[in-house]
Design a protein around this ligand. Structure first.
Ligand SMILES: Cc1ncc(COP(=O)(O)O)c(C=O)c1O
Length: 324
């Protein structure tokens, strides 16, 4: 339903219920800007100062990614005031895949609601949202789920919330029980389903892209995709390490532990403008790396269609453009 930021807001309408004592929102300092804008605007909407209400987690000095222990400790340190923990399960910039179980447990033990932005996680890493106890999640379908920019987003709401129709939410035509939709009644009738957070008719062309993409995921299976992804990303990592070894300003910042990352390696290039580098990779070598300012090139060997040879080509091309 909708697109990702719309759904983040709809989930926060229901699950960010701040009080004067408990209104903080914990996010990563390196959150996708749109998520930062969304949570700041939610805090402001409820009458709180976003600079005070939004707690931003930063890696330790000299480190590129957050340590799970530090995230858990920050939740504990602020346990009396956090209303919502909202992290990107896979960080768009560094490629770090959080220990969702540890963070979710810490957040819930602190009395906060725990939501996840799965934009870079859906179709990329294994997710067991129900089992790990997340309150809610939202994702888009235009990254690993192949459905094109602006295509449909999805939401997860934990089953412990589904029968509670008193949870505040906005309603529309699609919120009501589909079996009674055409009774044209004036009041909505919710079902015990995340479906009842829908508002509008879904865009049918986007639905077609999502349908065919998800069929491909069903055919391949996430277990097989993840297994290939770990090997593919590990192979690319070994090649990129060779490229970086003789170039001190260049290095992989994504966690080394395969359990702490998906199909993404972020290469920090400290001494060059990454935009033109990505342009040369694409224009001269047909390698689509993504430049993220200030200083990162993202390589994402998607296991559904990238090959080991693609990884070799990408690393060779990076060496060539860095020496150019
Ligand atoms: C982590 C994350 N959050 C939010 C968004 C925003 O998505 P949208 O503009 O579709 O709402 C993106 C888009 O790339 C993203 O990567």
């Amino acid at each position: 339903m909708n697109s990702l930021t719309v759904n983040l807001h709809l989930m926060m309408v229901s699950f960010y219920r701040p009080t004067p004592e408990r209104h903080a929102i914990l996010i990563e300092d390196g959150a996708f800007p749109s998520d930062s804008y969304a949570v700041r605007s939610q805090a402001a909407f409820h009458g709180y100062d976003p600079d005070e209400a939004v707690i931003r987690l930063r890696p330790r000095p000299g480190e590129a990614v957050l340590r799970t222990g530090d995230v858990v400790a920050a939740i504990g340190d602020n346990s009396n005031k956090i209303a919502l923990v909202l992290l990107g399960a896979v960080n768009y910039y560094t490629g770090e895949f959080f220990d969702m179980e540890a963070v979710t447990r810490a957040g819930r033990e602190a009395g906060a609601v725990v939501g996840w932005d799965l934009a870079h996680a859906a179709g990329n890493v294994p997710l067991s949202l129900h089992d790990l106890g997340a309150d809610w999640a939202a994702w888009c379908s235009y990254k690993y789920l192949n459905s094109g920019p602006g295509s449909l987003s999805g939401v997860f709401v934990h089953s412990r919330h589904l029968a509670d129709h008193e949870i505040p939410r906005f309603a529309g035509w699609w919120s009501t029980d589909p079996s009674t939709r055409f009774e044209m009644a004036p009041s909505v009738r919710y079902t015990n389903s995340a479906d009842s957070w829908q508002l509008s008719n879904p865009p049918i062309l986007s639905m077609a892209a999502v349908l065919f993409s998800l069929e491909m995921f069903d055919q391949a299976g996430m277990v097989a995709l993840r297994a290939k992804s770990v090997r593919l990303t590990g192979y690319l990592e070994s090649l990129l390490d060779e490229v970086c070894a003789s170039r001190p300003a260049v290095g992989v910042i994504t966690p080394r532990d395969p359990a702490r990352r998906g199909a993404q390696l972020s290469v920090r290039v400290a001494d060059r403008d990454v935009g033109p580098l990505a342009g040369k990779l694409r224009g001269s070598f047909g390698v689509h790396a993504d430049a993220r300012r200030p200083d990162v090139l993202r390589f994402a060997p998607a296991p559904m269609y990238n090959t080991f040879h693609d990884c070799w080509r990408a690393a060779s091309a990076l060496a060539a453009v860095l020496d150019d």
